[in-house]
Design a protein. Structure first.
Length: 538
């Protein structure tokens, strides 16, 4: 038995609502601004800037970048899917605590994660110091390059897959699994042939976010000295001051983004998996782990120990070194308040802006609505500095009073992290049976009434997930904040950057820990609130 649901003919699709089309087009236009900037900067294909695309060097950059992206996606899925299944479907002790601990690495910026991993596992790191005395270890193997970049990016990205798969497991109707068991499937067979295919939309959405993050990241690949395409873009911008050539490399990133989006679209195409009612299905029964309880606890401990306890422990160690040195420990409360304000505004605006795009692409599939959805994903693959410079370019020429304002900074956050909200909301919509909306329209409800009374409540977990993902990403965004923040508007990310740029890791550690502490309640709301559990106990 498989989980493929036969698609019966539906009534004529409802007329495309102008109430959704107009704001969706505005959102698409905003997302296209960085691409327009890149095209203007790159110039005509025959210009000198295109000489940066030396065939062999560019192919090597593209190959190394795609290898990194595929490896990080595979590693993130390998960590996230078993962890989400253990938390959502088994009698694992302390499920709520494991849910929060599994999601909390999302608040650790990739550059902080890379620094912490180098401080702990580097050739002359804390682990080497601990082993030098009893075992005489003078130097550990290098983690610079590909292994370190994969490890740091997996640390920063696997929660995307974990949270979306966790939400899908908690809302998935167990009737299909029960039917498979009745027809003779084993528990593993039911998971492989029913549950896993039903998780495909959420797994594809989470993997897409991981891939786009890995494509656009600079901090981890730079610190780990891995020659990725994004690093080449930054070198062109910051070292050579060659914005035209960097724009050409940025267009290569856009092309890779298009390839990733195509692969994701093919992976997600096919069957739809809907609940038959709005929250009416019973929660799935907890699977007893029995003798597998201790291996399951060991796996959860290994994941949270490596991806959460280790970097936090290194930060605590660096922060504690300040006291013996006689330096005062200063807490950047004002920077924390500024970070909260900008990130909260970005989260709300992003969800409002992306909701029409998600509804149009899922409920009114046309060529242009699908294209609009694909375009909306493109911004997350561009480095933050490209988006920031594009907004500086347009704001300085046409924006007038908007330049160096909080509104422009929030706009940059929304453009940068819009795909995170879109992925979460689209995955939630894909699990909602459109016949429920058809029935509401048949009973006389207007489109806005259907959205507020039927669709909205059903996709509320996706809305909350999208807002939380944007908030957490905006809290740690660095390049766009450095270029677009108002004068005197410091955030935790800029405070951390200023300290690490001078190798003052002990000074950066308190701000990094404060960033984690401020973001932790939002991760709790995202991963463990009872509203997410759809009636599941514990």
């Amino acid at each position: 038995m498989t989980a493929r649901v036969a698609r019966t003919p539906r009534a004529r699709a409802p007329r495309l609502p102008l109430l959704l089309a107009a704001p969706a087009l505005v959102t698409g236009a905003a997302v296209l601004l960085p691409l327009v900037y890149l095209v203007l900067r790159a110039g005509a294909p025959g210009s000198e800037a295109w000489g940066v695309l030396a065939p062999r060097a560019t192919l090597e950059l593209v190959a190394r970048t795609m290898l990194l992206v595929l490896s990080v996606v595979a590693a993130a899925a390998a960590v996230a899917v078993p962890l989400a299944w253990l938390v959502a479907r088994t009698d694992l002790p302390g499920r709520r605590a494991w849910a929060v601990a599994g999601a909390l690495p999302l608040v650790i910026p990739s550059y902080v994660a890379a620094l912490a991993l180098l401080g702990a596992l580097g050739p002359r790191g804390l682990l080497q110091g601990a082993l030098e005395g009893p075992l005489g270890v003078e130097r550990l193997p290098e983690i610079y390059g590909f292994p370190g970049a994969v490890l740091a990016l997996t640390l920063s990205t696997y929660p995307y897959v974990f949270l979306l798969v966790l939400a899908a497991l908690r809302t998935l109707d167990p009737a299909l699994e029960d039917a498979a068991r009745v027809l003779g499937e084993s528990r593993w067979g039911a998971f492989r042939r029913v549950t896993l295919p039903a998780l495909r939309p959420s797994l594809a959405a989470g993997s897409l976010l991981v891939a786009l993050y890995a494509l656009s990241d600079f901090g981890a690949v730079s610190l780990m000295q891995y020659p990725a395409l994004t690093r080449a873009v930054y070198l062109q911008y910051q070292a050579l001051f060659d914005r035209d050539s960097a724009a050409v490399l940025g267009l290569v990133l856009v092309a890779l983004t298009a390839l990733v989006l195509l692969l994701e679209s093919r992976a997600r195409s096919g069957s739809r998996f809907h609940r038959s009612a709005a929250g009416g299905a019973r929660p799935p029964a907890r699977i007893p782990l029995g003798g597998w309880r201790w291996p399951a606890l060991g796996f959860c401990t290994l994941v949270t120990g490596l991806f959460l306890a280790l970097p936090v422990g290194v930060l605590c160690y660096w922060a504690a070194r300040v006291v013996p040195l006689g330096q005062p420990v200063e807490i950047a409360w004002r920077a924390a308040a500024n970070s909260l304000l900008a990130a909260l505004l970005a989260a709300v605006v992003a969800v409002v802006a992306v909701l029409p795009v998600a509804i149009l692409s899922r409920r009114h599939p046309r060529l242009w609505t699908r294209a609009l959805e694909r375009v909306s994903y493109s911004s997350n693959a561009l480095p933050g500095i490209v988006i920031a410079l594009s907004l500086v370019f347009f704001a300085a020429r046409y924006g007038g009073p908007l330049y160096q304002t909080l509104a422009l900074l929030v706009f940059a956050y929304v453009v940068r992290f819009l795909p995170e909200a879109l992925a979460a909301i689209s995955a939630a919509l894909q699990n909602v049976n459109p016949r429920l909306e058809d029935a509401a329209r048949g009973l006389g409800r207007r489109p806005l009434g259907v959205l507020l009374s039927v669709t909205g409540p059903l996709i509320r977990p996706g809305l909350l997930a999208g807002a939380a993902l944007v908030f957490l990403s905006a809290m740690k965004e660095l390049p766009a904040t450095l270029l677009l923040r108002p004068i005197g508007f410091e955030t935790l990310a800029t405070e951390i950057w200023e300290a690490t740029s001078f190798a003052a890791y002990s000074d950066a550690a308190p701000e990094a820990l404060l960033l984690i502490a401020v973001s932790a309640p939002f991760v709790y709301a995202l991963a463990a609130r009872r509203a997410w559990e759809v009636g599941a106990p514990g």
